[in-house]
Design a protein around this ligand. Structure first.
Ligand SMILES: Nc1ncnc2c1ncn2[C@@H]1O[C@H](COP(=O)(O)OP(=O)(O)OP(=O)(O)O)[C@@H](O)[C@H]1O
Length: 339
């Protein structure tokens, strides 16, 4: 990425609340036309990072520039070139959709025409309706329409689909993808990994105020070196006894695959599974075993063979491709949705 293509430059941003560091030295750049995602669990520092770039919160360290304007010295210029999706709770409930858009348009010296905006946000048939009668998804779309009214260079969306039903989420995804096609630069925060994967060109994975990884969704998953995961459970009754007697059973040997590492010795079975060909990592999440593999077929075959040799029964076997959630768990030992 050439420096001249960078619309956002963030260098060592820090935010402290008393003795607590909410954002701890975050640096990244966002290119023109890119959809850039901040993905992380609640409290990771996503909103605080976004609001420092928007100039809504003052950093305790570091700097943020938007289209070359530094938020510390040129805040007015920054505000001219950004659009921020308001929380839908802060919309004026008694105004109609059209009135609210005209009102926001009047705040700017230059604004986009309202008609295409209503079309794009699928709000044409709601233009005469009061905000208080809109659904959650319609309010979110109105909030995005407001954010776009000054034709911003960068659009900021903070958890745009939180609280929406699946259909409203998908409608919003389509809208973001359409904006992306038109070359709009978008920074969005989310704790939904599927959303980040579908919408974002690059994802900044955040945890406890720091960046733990930054790359394209596919590269992040590739970094796991395991494209697939195999999941299964042991039957509730006697699972522990099965494993204990099986682990002491030394006759049948499972070939060791090169380069495997013991990552979780919390169950005797885990140790056995780690030596199955192709297995890169084994995790026991609640009562589900997860085998990350670089060779699905070889691992699956050996897994079934191992379990029958050890006379172990398993249930709920399924295979799936690895996800960003797996990347996050691999890096932090925790899930994205854990509180
Ligand atoms: N005004 C504040 N005073 C004190 N602590 C704050 C304040 N604002 C945020 N925090 C804390 O800073 C941390 C980061 O919060 P932030 O809202 O940026 O996280 P987030 O990743 O956006 O999470 P969420 O998905 O819950 O919005 C959290 O622990 C939060 O409690």
């Amino acid at each position: 990425m050439h420096a001249k293509d960078r619309v956002i430059e963030v260098e060592g941003l820090v935010k402290r609340y008393g003795g607590f560091t909410a954002v701890n030295g975050v640096s990244f750049g966002v290119s023109r036309g890119e959809v850039f995602g901040l993905l992380g669990p609640n409290g990771a520092g996503k909103t605080t990072t976004m609001e420092m770039i928007e100039g809504l919160r003052k950093p305790d360290g570091g700097s943020a520039k938007v289209a070359g304007h530094d938020t510390r010295t040129s805040l007015r210029k920054v505000k001219e070139v950004i659009g921020v999706q308001l929380q839908s709770t802060s919309l004026f409930e008694l105004l109609t959709v059209e009135e609210i858009l005209r009102m926001y348009a009047s705040f700017y010296p230059r604004s986009v025409p309202i008609e295409p905006l209503l079309d794009d946000m699928i709000l044409q048939d709601k233009r005469k309706g009061q905000v208080k009668h809109l659904s959650g998804g319609q309010k979110q779309r109105l909030a995005i329409a407001i954010a776009l009214i000054n034709d911003p260079i960068v659009l900021f969306l903070d958890e745009p689909t939180t609280g929406l039903d699946p259909q409203a989420r998908r409608t919003l995804w389509d809208i973001v993808l359409r904006l992306k096609e038109r070359g709009k630069t978008i920074v969005l925060s989310t704790h939904y990994m599927d959303e980040a994967h579908i919408l974002c060109d690059r994802i900044c994975l955040m945890d406890q105020g720091s960046i733990i990884a930054l790359d394209t969704p596919d590269e992040l998953i590739r970094s796991l070196q395991s494209e697939n995961a195999i999941e299964f459970r042991l039957p509730e009754q006697g699972g522990g006894d099965q494993i204990a007697s099986s682990a002491n059973h030394s006759e049948s040997r499972i070939p060791s695959s090169a380069g495997t590492e013991a990552s979780d010795a919390s169950s005797p079975l885990t140790g056995l599974l780690q030596h199955i060909p192709g297995v890169q990592e084994v995790e026991l999440r609640n009562d589900t075993y997860v085998l990350y593999t670089s060779d699905l077929q070889a691992t699956l075959t050996s897994f079934v063979q191992l379990m029958s040799e050890r006379r172990l029964t398993f249930t709920d076997l399924r295979t799936r491709t690895a996800t960003l959630e797996d990347v996050f768990i691999h890096m932090t030992g925790r899930g994205l949705r854990e509180e």
